[in-house]
Design a protein around this ligand. Structure first.
Ligand SMILES: [Zn+2]
Ligand SMILES: [Zn+2]
Length: 440
């Protein structure tokens, strides 16, 4: 018997944790943090979970024996497969029992290490001792009666994969997060082609963009960005996801074309250093960038390393050369504005998704208050990391699954109505319910 149980990504964007059980194998597809759910119960840093087990109570973690490092029983799960490095798909691997192998792409491993290492120490950021096993497109990983085939796809983070899982009841296709309108649509095409050939009994698909998708390509974004930067006489401040390397390239190119230099955060620089060896990503070199050095009481070792190796600038110097740079300034660094003192005519470009964020919680109201206080108008320029509704319809029409499980969406009912005429039954997923495939 084969079954699928959803422990996250149900009526919410992100937090995917999908358990696939087959005759003699159990694997998880993704093991992400549910930011929305977490926000419903906690307010960090003042109020955070005291005991790990309380996370079971709020369905933040599935209550499964032997799955976590704090559990004394033997692991019953054979492996966790991570589709990509966004925390809403990978954030809770920190809780896993260290014997359980974590399968992911090589780039994802670098990103996870880079991102987790630069976070403050906490129960959620400790991935030391995890057993990573890396895969690439073309691999077929056999785990008992299951065979898992990862296939690359395009998303707003490099190294994203979808999975085709061959089970004793037929194949399951899991999209992870994917899109058609990004910089490398050919990757997603490869995935869809392989998924079609697998003639799946079930398709587990993301359906994020049902109410607010913006149709724009990265190339269009870059042109719009360039126009805005050209018109700006003074400071250009920007904010985008740490791991969105397509966006980093766009900002880097616009900076070059407008005679400015791009100022990145120490975290970005550290991640770039980790990803440097992957030439396919075509990322700017560290020496071509300037690194922002914040005033901090405590400088971590990794930060020191980066600052020593790169050209840096601090707020006081930036204040004197406002028109020479495009500066990435995440919300947590906004106090630097007190020293930078933006000149009239400066702008802030917000270039990540709203209202949710796949990497962290951002309080937009506070961000806006700061911008208002400093006289900085906000531009919102973004390309979604997620497939658009009409393209998703085409994908489903092509793959022809017998059953579709929409997840990673707040609107599964809308999805069902929109896709109703397609072949294949659409299941509105319930948290923790076991769906058997034999009955399909
Ligand atoms: Zn996601
Ligand atoms: Zn994602």
């Amino acid at each position: 018997m084969t079954s699928i149980t959803f422990y996250g990504g149900v009526n919410e964007v992100g937090g995917n944790k999908v358990l696939v059980k087959d005759e003699d194998a159990k694997v998880f597809l993704d093991f992400g943090t549910s930011f929305t759910k977490k926000r419903n119960f906690y307010q960090e840093p003042l109020m955070k979970p005291k005991m790990f087990k309380e996370l079971f109570k709020f369905n933040l973690l599935p209550e499964i024996e032997g799955l976590y490092f704090f559990s004394t029983s033997q692991p019953e799960i054979d492996g966790v497969f991570i589709s990509h490095g966004h925390r809403d798909h990978s954030g809770y691997i920190s809780f896993l029992k260290r014997e359980i192998p974590v399968f992911c792409g090589e780039t994802t491993k670098e990103i996870l290490e880079g991102v987790f290492e630069t976070q403050p120490r906490s129960y959620e950021n400790n991935i030391s001792g995890l057993k990573f096993k890396t895969f690439r497109t073309g691999d077929k990983i056999k785990i008992g009666s299951l065979t898992i085939e990862p296939v690359h796809c395009d998303h707003s983070i490099p190294g994203a994969y979808g999975f085709i899982i061959y089970t004793s009841s037929g194949s399951i296709v899991y999209t992870g997060d994917f899109r058609m309108h990004g910089k490398k649509p050919e990757l997603t095409q490869d995935f869809v082609e392989k998924a079609e050939k697998a003639e799946p009994v079930a398709l587990i698909t993301e359906a994020t963009n049902l109410t607010s998708g913006k149709v724009m390509s990265e190339k269009e974004l870059k042109e719009k960005l360039k126009k805005s930067v050209k018109k700006t006489k003074e400071l250009v401040l920007v904010n985008f996801a740490l791991t969105d390397t397509d966006r980093l390239n766009s900002f880097y190119n616009v900076a070059e074309e407008t005679g400015r230099k791009l100022v990145v955060t120490t975290k970005q620089a550290y991640l770039l250093k980790k990803l440097e060896k992957d030439k396919r990503l075509n990322l700017p070199k560290l020496r071509e960038l300037t690194v922002f050095s914040r005033e901090k009481k405590r400088v971590y070792r990794w930060e020191k390393e980066i600052i020593e190796q790169t050209e840096t600038i601090d707020s006081a110097s930036l204040a004197k050369k406002q028109n020479k740079y495009i500066t990435i300034l995440p919300f947590y660094s906004f106090q630097e504005l007190l020293t930078i003192k933006p000149e009239p005519g400066s702008v802030f470009i917000h270039s990540s998704s709203e209202p949710f964020n796949e990497e962290q919680e951002v309080e937009y109201e506070k961000l806006e208050n700061w911008l208002i206080a400093f006289g900085l108008p906000q531009y919102h320029l973004h390309v979604s990391g997620h497939i658009m509704p009409l393209e998703l319809r085409e994908v489903i029409e092509r793959i022809k699954p017998k059953k579709v499980f929409p997840i990673h969406t707040e609107h599964p009912e809308l999805f069902k109505k929109f896709m109703k005429d397609l072949k294949g039954e659409i299941e509105i997923v319930e948290h923790g319910k076991e769906y058997t495939l034999d009955k399909i």
